[in-house]
Design a protein. Structure first.
Length: 266
């Protein structure tokens, strides 16, 4: 399946285009996971699927996600809130099982539209909350207490979207942000959550034969860019305000979503 799509791309002739796009996607993911912010990481797969088939893009990115997750979890190992983490992981694993059951029935166009819709939803929600800030603040005050239903629901959706599109950060943040955790606790809990559910993907992905020699080779080719992305994340954290960074990243996410959906509809 992946190999047939790859042959249509004439990979060897297109490496000059494919590799720079892959490097950009990996940098975006590494910057996000290094602790600067979650939104930018959502750009990784939308950028990759501009030139790669979605399932191949997922196969290339997952090993790189895992390597970065190990580094980030080790960095924030003292800060996860285990009471919250256990509920998030339970919901995430339920969602992953559903993603595994549905994965073979989702063709590339459906996955592209799903990624695009998630990108649009995230960016529109972000800018809506800026312009309707008072309403948002009042709403979050009503849901500050830890809710088992919210945890299983949003993290179940997170696990599903993480499995089929590597975009689990969006619903996970919708669940976790209103709890009002300190930044270190928030990053620590999120880093361990994604380390666990990304590790849990491996047997399912091998069962579905998502990985191939080509995907592993391309992962290896772009692997050296990870340290640069992590360094850039720390640099940007010091130089840019959170407000400006999130404005830019969500606007870029919006454009990626429009591009992905329009390519499938038009």
């Amino acid at each position: 399946m992946i190999e047939e799509a790859l042959s249509n791309l004439r990979l060897i002739n297109d490496l000059e285009v494919l590799i720079p796009i892959a490097l950009l996607a990996v940098i975006l993911v590494a910057i996000s996971k290094s602790g600067f912010g979650g939104a930018l990481g959502s750009l990784g797969l939308p950028v990759m699927v501009l030139v790669f088939p979605p399932k191949l893009a997922i196969a290339i990115l997952l090993p790189l996600y895992l390597i970065t997750d190990v580094f980030v979890a080790f960095t924030w190992r003292k800060f996860p809130v285990f009471k919250i983490l256990k509920l998030m992981v339970l919901g995430g694993l339920i969602g992953q099982i559903l993603g595994w059951l549905c994965f073979e029935y989702l063709d590339d166009s459906y996955i592209l539209i799903l990624i695009g819709l998630l990108a649009l939803t995230t960016s529109i929600r972000y800018f809506k909350d800026i312009f309707i800030k008072d309403y948002f603040v009042k709403k979050t005050k009503k849901i500050l207490e830890l809710s088992y239903t919210r945890a299983i629901g949003w993290c179940g959706f997170s696990g599903f979207s993480s499995f089929v599109a590597l975009t689990g950060g969006i619903p996970a943040q919708i669940f976790l942000l209103p709890l009002g955790l300190e930044r270190q606790l928030f990053v620590g809990t999120m880093s361990f959550y994604f380390l666990i559910i990304n590790l849990a993907k491996l047997p399912f992905f091998f069962n579905l034969e998502v990985f191939s020699q080509t995907s592993i080779l391309l992962s290896f080719i772009v692997l050296p860019i990870l340290p640069l992305g992590i360094y850039l994340g720390k640099f940007l954290n010091k130089k840019l305000s959170d407000k400006l960074f999130y404005h830019i990243s969500h606007f870029a996410l919006f454009l990626c979503g429009i591009n992905l959906i329009s390519k499938q509809i038009l």
